[in-house]
Design a binder for this molecule. Structure first.
Ligand code: SF4
Length: 493
């Protein structure tokens, strides 16, 4: 796919606060973003609105601790309302101009800022239309489109402009916005990305991507934002509205499998416990005679514990991870990813030496990491390595906010399970089934039926039309013979 489209994709973390002490706001956003660092490590930014409704912003490339390493930065970030963002982006879209939050000047009375997690599936079309009407973009990011649509709207009230704009964008999106006196949160009609509301003891409200960020700033969880909902927080407290009633919860199952922190709770389901159940069900579906179960740190440890419990094979700490290297999946280039893996993982030899080892991992994307780990375990003396993946095989691209948009990048789209086993050098390989994944997460959608999950990474059943991505997806699916041979998917939704 064209680089310019791919570079729009991102997986990010959001944090917004309303009503905090003006000297504490930026610090609280900083702490919240720090706990969301796993969602994006390429850049971070904070915007604070002062009492005169002026915007103050600091943003930069790197980790939160790097971008905000100088304390003097906080001297310029005073106000009672603010939002922050941590960002992951693909190669080719580096540069401070793409670091959020983005800021906009609407009229003499209104400046606003916004931050986005997700991916818009009709971004190219909307951008072309907006440019033809004179809009001038300051970034390469699809996230800016919402701001430009708000600016172009003929509605009078800000909230009506926002709702009109939200009705035009498609795909996966969670937004936090701040105006001079309001914090606003909005979620797409399928609720692909998590977004929660909480409240601190001082009365301030927080909206953020995961409950771990609420815990970080001592905020009490109130509820998850609903699909299609706009939540408005101002001097009147919390009010809500819906920009559409055509909603159907399909939250990204990869949030439970990999992205979210295990101490987060999404739609009342503990991420750690869901991962434990995935591991236990994987053990039932893929039993093996082995001496020890180990997990790939850190995101697979809950699933490895679950596998050990489900199989009655002892769990042990067979691998450790350096805390100072970024996650491999969200490193932007293959070369950086490979280097990242070798720098971050090491084996506790006494745990695996001479043993038949079950290695539990949360997923296999390209196969690079799995191959390296199997080799590492064998070099460290493991007699056999049986790889168990506590999620189904990733065979289809994601268009809702994850950086895998072509089937070429997915090993399971191009190889059978047996071929993957050989490629990664494992003695056996087993995946969790989609049915068991749904059972393990055990979520209900907002109408009380269905799984409430997006599982299209695994089964190709996309909950929405793909808009600008449909032609590209059809091309890869046809090249791989998915439509004809395997009958995995229907040609159109
Ligand atoms: S396609 Fe996969 S990664 Fe994308 S939203 Fe659906 S489950 Fe999540």
């Amino acid at each position: 796919m064209p680089n310019e489209v791919k570079s729009l994709n991102e997986e990010c973390g959001l944090f917004g606060i309303w009503g905090s002490n003006e000297n504490e706001t930026a610090g609280l956003i900083h702490d919240g973003l720090h706990s969301l660092q796993h969602r994006g490590q390429e850049g971070a930014g904070i915007v604070v609105m002062d009492n005169e409704h002026h915007i103050h912003r600091h943003r930069g490339l790197g980790l939160v601790s790097q971008v905000f390493s100088d304390n003097y930065v906080f001297d310029d970030l005073k106000g009672n309302i603010g939002i922050g963002h941590v960002r992951y982006a693909t190669a080719g879209s580096h540069g401070v101009k793409n670091i959020q939050p983005f800021t906009f000047h609407l009229d003499d009375f209104t400046d606003f800022s916004l931050a986005h997690n997700g991916n818009l599936t009709n971004a190219d079309t909307l951008k072309r239309t907006l440019q033809s009407k004179g809009a001038s973009f300051n970034s390469d990011s699809d996230s800016e489109i919402l701001g430009q649509l708000i600016k172009m709207s003929k509605q009078v009230k800000f909230i009506d402009r926002l709702k009109e704009a939200l009705r035009q964008i498609k795909g996966g999106f969670a937004f936090v916005l701040s105006t001079g006196d309001e914090l606003i949160a909005a979620l797409d009609p399928n609720g692909f990305r998590p977004l929660v509301i909480g409240r601190r003891e001082d009365g301030s409200y927080v909206v953020c991507s995961e409950t771990c960020a609420l815990d970080q700033v001592n905020a009490r969880y109130i509820r998850d934002v609903k699909p299609g909902e706009v939540v408005i927080i101002n001097n009147n407290g919390i009010t809500n509205d819906f920009f559409t009633n055509d909603t159907n919860l399909a939250i990204c199952s990869m949030e439970y499998i990999y992205f979210a922190r295990p101490d987060s709770v999404i739609h009342n389901v503990s991420v750690h416990e869901a991962r434990m159940r995935m591991g236990a069900l994987c053990a039932k579906e893929n039993p093996v005679d082995a001496d020890v179960v180990i997990g790939v740190p850190n995101s697979s440890l809950s699933a490895a514990l679950g596998y050990a419990k489900g199989s009655n094979i002892p769990y042990d700490m067979g691998m450790i991870k350096s805390q100072y290297v970024a996650r491999t999946f969200i490193e932007p280039t293959q070369k950086k990813r490979e280097r990242g893996v070798s720098m971050k993982l090491s084996v506790v030899k006494s745990v695996v030496e001479g043993k038949k080892v079950v290695l539990v991992d949360d997923s296999i994307v390209r196969g690079t990491t799995s191959k390296y780990i199997v080799q590492l375990l064998k070099r460290s003396g493991a007699k056999e390595v049986h790889v168990r993946i506590a999620s189904p095989a990733l065979r289809f691209p994601c268009f809702y906010g994850i950086d895998i948009q072509t089937t070429e990048e997915l090993i399971a789209a191009n190889h059978t399970v047996s071929e993957i086993k050989d490629i990664i050098g494992a003695d056996s390989l087993g995946y969790l089934s989609v049915d068991s994944l749904i059972k393990a997460i055990n979520l209900k959608n907002d109408h009380g039926e269905g799984s409430g999950l997006c599982t299209s990474y695994f089964d190709g059943k996309y909950p929405t039309p793909l808009y600008d991505y449909q032609a590209q997806f059809d091309k890869s699916a046809e090249e791989l013979g998915l439509y004809e041979e395997d009958n995995y998917i229907e040609r159109s939704i």
